[in-house]
Design a binder for this molecule. Structure first.
Ligand SMILES: C[S@@+](CC[C@H](N)C(=O)[O-])C[C@H]1O[C@@H](n2cnc3c(N)ncnc32)[C@H](O)[C@@H]1O
Length: 197
């Protein structure tokens, strides 16, 4: 299924994520066999977007999360657009990832960091850097003002956006920020030498 058909099938919310997400995914120019991790599965929209771009995706969220945003029918969504076979799920928490160091070419968090306890955010950034290979990318999408207003239409208690750079002060990363339609994208690159092993 192509991107336009997927938008028609999954609806407007997926469409907003696709508009912003594709900007960054295409900009990164990852190789076709890249190992990519999607942290915070939710409805599966970002994992599905990665899969529609041709990548095999590992995604996950904590087993213990019983919030409004977790345990959604991401598998059903993925099947409806024909990419269920490209997405694998493993339950984990971002602040203690069950993956070897330097496993992934890119690690993505779309609409996730602000749902992680403040006390676990620095550890989350450290884990993302540890599991990303040298020169790899770590991308956070956090809602901008438009995105927050939209999120609060569905969930009036939706938290404020987080600023990932606040939690990355002691890490050897370069940062490029992009302002998109509904999200700000924080695109970090890990340095070429792997000091975090
Ligand atoms: C709004 S949803 C994300 C939307 C999703 N990325 C998508 O594209 O549909 C927030 C997600 O963050 C996850 N989350 C919350 N705390 C987490 C943690 N400590 N580690 C990993 N994921 C977490 C939730 O379980 C939920 O899946």
């Amino acid at each position: 299924m192509n991107m336009d058909q997927a938008r028609d099938t999954l609806g407007q919310h997926f469409g907003f994520i696709a508009d912003d997400g594709n900007e960054v995914i295409r900009d990164l120019g990852l190789p076709a066999d890249a190992r990519v991790l999607d942290v915070g599965t939710g409805a599966g929209y970002f994992a599905i977007l990665l899969a529609l771009n041709g990548y095999r995706v590992l995604t996950g969220e904590p087993q213990s999360d019983n919030s409004l945003h977790a345990k959604q029918d991401w598998q059903g969504n993925a099947r409806r657009v024909g990419v269920g076979h490209l997405i694998n799920f493993r339950a984990f928490s971002a602040d203690a990832m069950p993956f070897d160091s330097s496993t992934f070419d890119a690690v993505f968090f779309l609409g996730v960091l602000h749902h992680i306890d403040e006390a676990a955010r620095t550890r989350t950034l450290t884990e993302a850097v540890r599991t990303t290979r040298p020169n790899g990318a770590i991308c956070f999408f956090e809602p901008n003002q438009t995105g927050i207003v939209m999120a609060r239409e569905h969930d009036p208690s939706h938290p404020d956006a987080a600023d990932p750079s606040q939690y990355a002060r002691d890490l050897d990363l370069s940062l490029r920020k992009r302002t998109l339609g509904f999200f700000d994208a924080f695109i970090f690159h890990k340095s070429g030498s792997d000091a975090s092993r």
